[in-house]
Structure formats: structure tokens, C-alpha cells
Design a protein around this ligand. Sequence first.
Ligand SMILES: Nc1ncnc2c1ncn2[C@@H]1O[C@H](COP(=O)(O)OP(=O)(O)O)[C@@H](O)[C@H]1O
Ligand SMILES: [Mg+2]
Length: 375
Amino acid sequence: MAYYIGVMSGTSMDGVDAILTDITDTAIAPIAAVSVPYPAGLLEQLHQLCGISPNEINHLGQADRAVGRVFAEAVNKLLAEHHLSPADIQAIGSHGQTVRHYPEGPPGNQNEDGFTLQIGDPNTIATLTGIDVVADFRRKDIAYGGQGAPLVPAFHAARFAELGKNRAIVNIGGFANITVLEGIDASAIRGFDTGPGNALMDGWCLQHLNQPFDRDGQWAASGNVHEALLSSLLADPYFVSTGPKSTGREYFNLVWLRHHLHSLDTPIAAEDVQATLLALTAITIADKVNALAQIRECYVCGGGAFNSQLMAQLEALLPHCKVMATDSLALNPQWVEGVAFAWLAWAYFHRVPGNVPNVTGASRAVVLGSLTLAD
Ligand SMILES: Nc1ncnc2c1ncn2[C@@H]1O[C@H](COP(=O)(O)OP(=O)(O)O)[C@@H](O)[C@H]1O
Ligand SMILES: [Mg+2]
């Protein structure tokens, strides 16, 4: 028995997930999880930090500590609920909170100094929990010329690959990423970010209904897909290649959407826009599942797996493929990314590479993360 805790907050910023996971050389078994929301003030600060704003360094420094405190709170809650002490846990794997992701450099200044930035001070987490923390997983992949993302494919292979099965694992968080597994052939692992997952739908829903997300895709279901808008969105060059590529709020955001709406110059009902955004997510995922290999099984994780409308559209677009949530492989869809970061902490100590060069574009497979000791 070796317990690791993965702590994750993705681009949706819907809450910090901490997952207690038992990891050995032969098994990865999630045990329990908690989710802790960001306090409203911090959430607002984080949204602001995702774009350009005045006094960024001071705001960043303070948000780094504040996110670290929320991550520690999630870990401590998990320990308390399960009557565990810090000594029972080998290490925390902390993803942190992404506030910028420019692997090729920011617009107008694209050069070899691309970067990605996750905050959530590991020193604060280690101090408040009494547990060693492995964090900063993405930047070594960037230093080796990669995108720094997606990092879940190595874990998907470790947990979900099965001899003789061609599988797609699709993670639908704020953005969506796909991993293609052909049996257990490690050299055949492929993956990339397909584009928007829930982020645009969430943003549109917040703006028009004042709700953080469209539960079960009900609002989208009340509208009709606007074909001209859909074609316009699908024409974005991001959707063409099969990677390596990764994306985020920096590119796909409501400004991007508004640009397409304005260029059509025709009024479109808000629910029709929502229906079109849901179709965009489903189509850009399904296109790649269809393009990449003879895939017969598609397992969905991330919050998007709970959007029944989105799942139904994926099924309709993939008639030759069984579309299921990862529950079918004994892993709650909401836990998958957190378990991945618990596994990445395990991988750090066992000198197992956490990136897949075919996926990120890095020049080699490397051990990811930096260690902060609790004392
Ligand atoms: N019942 C649901 N119906 C529709 N969407 C949902 C539901 N549950 C979760 N989601 C979506 O999932 C998102 C969170 O997914 P998550 O995998 O945590 O993303 P991230 O990794 O970006 O944090 C929410 O913002 C929401 O859009
Ligand atoms: Mg989340």
C-alpha cells in the first residue's frame, strides 16, 4: 500500500479536486476524493490573472499563496474524512492552477521562450499539510521543446491500456484532450488537445443565464444548431492538425466566439449559440476519434462526461464506437485527472517519464516535476 494524493484544478476552475490513490508498480486504485470550491474573491482574481491586467506580479504572488492554501485545505479535508495522518501519505502531486499557457510564446512574440504557468505554491501546501509535494509538472516538457500538455496520456496508458483493444480516452474539462491507445504498445500512444470542452459553453451560460454551467446540456438542447455559425467556428485552423498541440482560454474564449458572431452579422438566439457550442465540442472530438485509428471504445472523463446531451451527441457521431464514461473502467470521470497527478507524483519517485514525446512534441521522455519537502 502506498498512498499518494493528486490535487487538480483545471481551466474550468469549478473546484479543487483532491484524490487519495493507492499506487503500486502493478495497480492504480483511487480510494476517495473531495472537492473544494475556490472562495468567490479568489475565483475572480484567478479569472483576472488569466488575462492581462494591471499590477500582475503582486496579484500573482498573492494568488499563488492563496491557491496553495485551498489545495492544502482540500488535502487536509481528505485526511480528516478518512482518519489518515500526513505520515500515511507518500506525497502530494499538485497540478496547480494554470493562469497562462503559451507554449509557443504569447501572440506577437512567438519564439523559443514559450511558457506555461501554474500557480499554487508547493511550499505553502507542504507546510500546511506536513506532506512532501511534487509540483511544476509541465515546465520540463516545455524546456525539452514540448507543449507541456496534455500530460495525462502516459497515465491513461498506465491505467486504461489493454492488450488488443484500441481505445480513445477523452477528457472533457474546460478544454478537451484525447489519448489514443492501441493495445499496450507504448510507442503508439497519441494525444493532443482537441479544442474547447466546456469552457465556451460555461462562459456563454454564465453570461446569459448567470449560471456557471449548463446542467446536462439542457439549455443547449432547447436550441438548434446554427449551421453557418458552426461552419465558421469549425473553420478555425486549430482544428486541422492531429498535434502536437495544446490550447486554453488564451485562444478559445468569448472574444473568439464574438468575433465569429459579428462576422456572420445575423442575430442568433442565445440558446442556438449554446447548441452550436455543444456541437462544436462534440464534432471536434468525434472527428479525431474517427481519424486516428480503428477505435471501437471511447471512454469519456472530466465534467463533460456528466453532460448527457454532449454524451448523446458523441454517441450519434461515433456510430461504430461504444461511447462510455470511465466508470466502465472503474474510475469516476471526475477523479481521472486528479488520479493522473497522484500517478505523476509516484512516477517522479520511481523515475518514470511523465510525458509522451509523440504527444507533447518534446525531444525526449523525461521525469516531470519538482519536489518540495515538508521539513
Ligand atoms: N451535470 C453536468 N452537466 C453539464 N456539464 C457538467 C456537469 N457536471 C460538470 N459539468 C461540466 O464540467 C466542468 C468541470 O469539468 P472538469 O473536468 O472539472 O474541468 P477542469 O479540468 O477544467 O476543471 C464544469 O465547468 C461543467 O461545464
Ligand atoms: Mg475541475
